[in-house]
Design a binder for this molecule. Structure first.
Ligand code: NFE
Ligand code: MG
Length: 573
């Protein structure tokens, strides 16, 4: 008999995710992923001026902050035939790179590391041995015996006070934890350092976009002007700060994040380099234009789809082709006017909420019925995994030298075959490797921006025809972005100068969605199959794989309860 285990909410993510698994003889045989709150943002946008949309959609999420605003300005520019000047593209790239670096480092240490690192075991570590290991894997200066002794003491008093604080409610002592106490202590030290470090890199957003989270954006450019000598503009001093922030970020990523990732992976590679692969289809919209957003061949991250793990062929994405991208709601709490079985291209997309699930408090979902607020997107009818692994695989398949170099050197360092990428650990490693690339790319974009300014080009906005009278009666646009969690697209229909329809198809929507009309699972559900669960009361293994995707249910769905009533009772795990 299979046993059904419910984890609700999954913690150390953004938003509200529920996962139900079936376990037989200690192995997961089936899985269901449900978003338990709804996003109403599409409804809020109807009837508004399209040039304002970025400000609303930016608020979908404060974690991948700015990424929806970037997508929105690209969407409206695409609809109205507007381009942004080279400096604006560079500044957008710098802001997006800052987001990746921030988001991925925070995910690794704060949201994911504790699936691999047994915090309580760090209390047993020998600080001298921790120091020796730390110095053998990295030149990072905070590595003395005294430093690790201090961290351990601080942590000891924390535990003795009976309050684990941010470390409360972990599965400490679980048999699936494999790191020696000293490596656990190094990771705990870097967890605390990452918390301190992360407040710096976001200053890139404050310099170019006025604030973080939710920096400002602008259709046709960026909302800041460059003037080397002007106190209120992006001047020489602020540009120097940006350069320093990226240099410091590169040092942290190269000397802390990557060595920790490799050290942790070396203890888990034999099993977790083979578990959690899930789907075999990977999609990347590509991003970081070097030569204009309308020239995707020049993107640092290339665009395309990989099917059946075949890295010898990249399939082309045409987002405006109604047969390519469609969203289904057969298992989601919405109605479509044409019936529940159809898939709609997002230009024809509908957001008609209709909750038909059980009344709370409820136990198990009836998964033969609708069971999630997340819609189910498909590419040519197929489920796609999106995110860092998909981007690195498409880059690898496209033969990009910089992407190949970081992947090949990591596979060599860990002594694992390329097939190990198709796993939970592969997903986690890909995130680290692209963070390293983002640091290098950001410094390139930064030098390019300085050189444009030196050559006399300080333009950050195009002279857009702002009069809506000049717009066509009906215009449609698509904006595609690689958000930290994967392929993100917005679709707009502008009618009589106003938004007639606006749809967001979000990375976590691709990965976390329920089954499609053919019963095919999406990435989360598929990736859990075959995973061993040692202790049904402490399903640590489920967290490892789900966290490897870095879920954001706030992006995939959004809080909305029109009556303000109690929607759901939360249990803490
Ligand atoms: Ni809220 Fe998001 C990202 C978007 S969701 S985090 O990255 O878009 O997957
Ligand atoms: Mg949507």
């Amino acid at each position: 008999m299979a046993e059904r285990i419910i984890i609700d909410p999954i913690t150390r993510i953004e938003g509200h995710l529920r996962v139900e698994i079936e376990v037989k003889d200690g192995i997961i045989t089936d899985a269901y992923s449900a978003g338990t709150m709804v996003r109403g943002i599409e409804t809020i946008l109807k009837g508004r001026d399209p040039r304002d949309a970025w400000a609303f959609v930016g608020r979908v999420c404060g974690v991948c902050t700015s990424t929806h605003s970037l997508t929105s300005v690209r969407t409206v520019e695409n609809a109205l035939g507007i381009t942004a000047p080279p400096n604006a593209e560079l500044i957008r790239n710098l802001m997006a790179n800052a987001l990746y670096i921030h988001d991925h480092v925070v995910h690794f240490y704060v949201l994911h590391a504790l699936d691999w690192v047994d915090v309580v075991s760090a209390l047993k570590a020998n600080p001298a041995e921790a120091s020796r290991i730390a110095q053998s894997i990295s030149p990072w200066p905070k590595s003395s015996v005294g430093y690790f002794t201090d961290i351990q003491k601080r942590f000891h008093s924390f535990v003795e006070s009976g309050q684990l604080g941010i470390f409360a409610n972990g599965y400490w002592g679980h048999s699936a934890y494999k790191l020696p106490p000293e490596v656990n202590l190094i990771a705990v030290a870097h967890y605390l350092e990452a918390l301190e470090w992360q407040k710096e890199i976001v200053k890139v957003h404050t310099i170019f976009g006025g604030k973080n989270p939710h920096p400002n954006y602008l259709v046709g450019g960026v909302p800041c002007s460059i003037n080397i000598d002007e106190a209120n503009a992006v001047n020489a001093e602020r540009l120097a700060i940006v350069g320093k922030l990226f240099e410091d970020a590169k040092t942290f990523v190269d000397q802390v994040y990557i060595p920790d990732l490799l050290a942790i992976a070396s203890y888990y590679k034999s099993d977790w380099g083979a578990i959690g692969g899930g789907l075999s289809n990977y999609m990347s919209f590509g991003d970081f234009p070097v030569n204009g957003y309308n020239n995707p061949d020049s993107f640092k991250m290339p665009r395309g789809v990989i099917l059946n793990r075949d890295l010898s062929k990249i399939h082309e994405i045409k987002a405006d082709d109604p047969s390519q991208i469609q969203e289904f709601i057969n298992n989601s709490w919405y109605d479509y006017s044409k019936g529940d079985g159809v898939g709609l291209h997002p230009w024809e997309g509908e957001t008609n909420l209709n909750y038909t699930g059980p009344k709370p408090p409820y136990d198990q979902f009836d998964v033969s019925q609708k069971y999630s607020w997340v819609k189910t997107p498909r590419w040519k009818g197929l489920p796609m995994e999106v995110g860092p692994l998909s981007r690195m695989l498409v880059g690898y398949a496209a033969g990009r030298e910089d992407i190949k170099a970081v992947i090949d050197s990591t596979l060599m360092a860990l002594n694992v075959p390329v097939g190990a990428l198709f796993s939970t650990l592969g997903r986690t490693a890909a995130r680290g490797l692209e963070t390293k690339l983002c640091c290098d790319w950001a410094l390139e974009f930064y030098q390019q921006l300085l050189s444009n300014i030196k050559n006399g080009d300080s333009r950050t906005q195009n002279n857009v025809k702002w009069e809506p009278e000049s717009w066509p009666k009906i215009a449609r646009g698509i904006g595609m972005v690689e958000a930290p969690r994967g392929a993100l697209s917005h679709f707009i229909v502008i009618e009589d100068k106003k938004i007639a329809n606006y749809q967001l198809v979000v990375p976590t929507t691709w990965n976390a969605s329920p089954r499609d009309p053919e019963g095919k699972r999406s990435a989360y559900e598929e990736s859990l199959l075959g995973t061993p669960v040692a202790d049904l009361n402490s399903p640590l293994e489920v967290l490892r794989t789900i966290h490897s995707f870095d879920p954001c249910l706030a992006c995939a769905v959004h809080v909305y309860d029109e009556k303000g009533s109690h929607v759901h009772e939360l249990k803490s795990y």
